[in-house]
Design a protein around this ligand. Sequence first.
Ligand SMILES: Cc1cc2nc3c(=O)[nH]c(=O)nc-3n(C[C@H](O)[C@H](O)[C@H](O)COP(=O)(O)OP(=O)(O)OC[C@H]3O[C@@H](n4cnc5c(N)ncnc54)[C@H](O)[C@@H]3O)c2cc1C
Length: 450
Amino acid sequence: MQLPKQLITELSERLAKNSIDLTPEAALSYSYDASKREHLPDAVLLPSSKNDVASIVTIARKYHIPVTVRGAGTGLTGGALAVTGGLVISMERMNKVITIDPDERIAIVEPGVINGDLEARLKKYSLSFPCDPSSAAYSTIGGNVAENGCGYKGRFYGSCSAHVAGLVYVNDEGTFISTGYFNKGQNTLSERLMVGSEGTGGIIVRIALRLISLPKEYSTSLHFFKSSSEAVKCAQKMIAYGKPPASIEYMDSPVLTAIAPEGHKYNCAKGTCALLIENCDRDAVKVGSFGNSPTRSIIAADANERAELWAFRNSISSKLYNIKTDKINEDVAVPISRLDDFAAFLDEKAASLQKTQMFNFGHMSVGCFHVTIMYNASEEGAREEALNVVSEVMHKTAELEGTISCEHGIGLSKKEFMKLEMNEEQLAFHRRIKESFDPESIFNPGKIND
Ligand SMILES: Cc1cc2nc3c(=O)[nH]c(=O)nc-3n(C[C@H](O)[C@H](O)[C@H](O)COP(=O)(O)OP(=O)(O)OC[C@H]3O[C@@H](n4cnc5c(N)ncnc54)[C@H](O)[C@@H]3O)c2cc1C
């Protein structure tokens, strides 16, 4: 897309000198996210303040140039990619924690604050923002809120939406819209629509977060089971019991083989699956009382051992690259009562693959399976097989009345499957909501409902 000269002139007049990067190197650097798709923007903008963002939107709208807002680019569905070119607005310089108010239990942050950095600051006050994606060390609060992300403790504490107390966002006219905490508790309907809007409804420039007390005590344990069915049924029973642990992380047999190969202290027999369980400020429930007893259990005795168990769980994502070069990572979720049916379907599917390998893990307390398919893009037919598996997984999820996205959003990669969740009338209604926020379609065009 050829950017009008006048647009660049006006942006240069309003923004600081080093806020506009028109080089091909910048375009390339901001052309991809963790979905590994690539779309080159025509310019990269690096605002330092909310006023900068409002100026950018006002000028972009005047020239009908699309704007795609970007946090840290850890998104797995291509949400931060400028599919139709135009301007990418990176929030990396808007990374201030403005206030932490321990009495109100509120933190006010700019959207570019890294989740893990905020958590480290909150620790001093024994407070926490409990939306803890595995990408917490890299992803931004703005990106977390825009995706309505969650993480290991999603059921226990809720996803981002449960902790947003208020927003300020820039609408399509370049006006600041305040909600909730920033607006005497009002305008919460538009706030709810902005959380999870994936950059398609406006640009979030301030976030008020509701904080919780940092748990004082954790009990963390890793349990191995003979089969996926035994592990998953144990998780189902724990949830049905009514006081589920804060985290119930499932790892299937191929995952365990990948992260605990021969010689590793957690190496186990083929077919073994595991649950990593964590309770916060609550007595640990006896895992063996929920169906079949584990074949082996490791109980963390102290903070170091707890960290070791989580490091083991968190090694999945990178260790899978030892298997094959390319990855597709999905985040479907099914009702808790269907977890066992879905795990059985995945086992069967995994056994039938020729050119790809499937690895399944996920947050059982919210019914989420991170179905991960590894393949070598250079191998003929491998990517096709991977995409076919994704499609089958999506259809099975819909058949079990689950959802195609638990926490990663729709972005580009899941757009084609939206029709499995919503009929034409519902999709059209969603498009009308998007049009009412963004009648000229300048915010992140080509995503979700487009
Ligand atoms: C190894 C790994 C593990 C992960 N684990 C998890 C997990 O456990 N749970 C989970 O939920 N996700 C997980 N993710 C996915 C990803 O980290 C999240 O979706 C995260 O919330 C994205 O944040 P980001 O800052 O990288 O946003 P980006 O990827 O840059 O953007 C994501 C979307 O948010 C929009 N956006 C960003 N900032 C704003 C803003 N200020 N205003 C409006 N819209 C905005 C963008 O336009 C885009 O649509 C994981 C990713 C990786 C690579």
